[in-house]
Each structure stands twice: as C-alpha cells, then as structure tokens.
Design a protein around this ligand. Structure first.
Ligand code: AMP
Ligand code: ZN
Length: 113
C-alpha cells in the first residue's frame, strides 16, 4: 500500500501519535500551523470525502468526536479551534487518505485563503 497515512497506521513510517483505537488514529501534523495541529484519520482507507458511503457515517462521527475530545484534553475547547477536511486540488488536499485537521491554540483568520 503506497498511501502515506496507511503506512503511519501500519507503523511503516513514524508519527507522533496522540490517540489510537480500533478504528481511529490521531497524530501531530509534521508541519504544524498552530500549537495544536492534529490529524484525525480512519484506519480504513478512504481517499476523500467524495468516496464516503452511508456505511461510513459512524466513522465520520468518530473522527469529529475524537477531534473535540483532543481539543478538550488540550484545554482549547473553550477558546475554540478549527476542524477541516480538505478535498482535492482546490482545497489543497495533498494526502489522499481522508483526515480531519484539528487546529487551535491561537486566533485563526477567517475566511481561509
Ligand atoms: P492536506 O493538505 O489537507 O492533504 O493535509 C495533509 C497534511 O499532512 C499536511 O498538513 C501535512 O503537513 C501533513 N503531513 C504530511 N506528511 C506527514 C507525516 N509524515 N506525518 C504527519 N503529518 C504529515
Ligand atoms: Zn490510506
């Protein structure tokens, strides 16, 4: 499997893992855009949001709830944080294993560029 994030799941390449269970992995982004920048991914390979089917609804819920739990652990839940799925070229998606960015710890501009 050539997918970078599948390799992280399979421990073929290292990552700074912050959470793991049977279905979800979370790790620090290698190029953080804020003091908290965590990627939350399903262990099941799904390339983009365009590939989601009804059977994926539970895992998408788990990704979002895990991001909120990590934000709470880090004490940024009250101040706020951003959660983003980038999809395909125009959104700047570079890794084609869907991932939820959790970004926080500073005031974030809106709208994004
Ligand atoms: P996106 O542009 O939404 O596809 O996000 C991909 C993210 O993966 C970027 O924020 C990268 O910094 C991050 N990234 C790429 N390679 C790694 C890696 N080996 N470990 C952790 N994060 C990575
Ligand atoms: Zn993958």
């Amino acid at each position: 499997m050539s997918c970078l994030f599948c390799k992280i799941i399979n421990r073929e390449i290292p990552a700074s893992i912050v959470y793991e269970d049977e279905r979800v992995l979370a790790f620090n982004d290698i190029n953080p855009q804020a003091s908290t920048h965590v990627l939350v991914i399903p262990k099941q390979h799904v390339a983009t949001l365009n590939d989601l089917e009804a059977g994926h609804d539970a895992i998408v819920g788990e990704l979002v709830r895990r991001a909120a739990a990590i934000a709470k652990e880090r004490g940024i839940d009250g101040a706020g944080y951003r959660t983003v799925f980038n999809t395909n070229h125009d959104a700047g998606q570079t890794v084609f294993h869907m991932h939820l960015h959790l970004i926080g710890g500073r005031s974030l501009a809106w709208p994004p560029g």
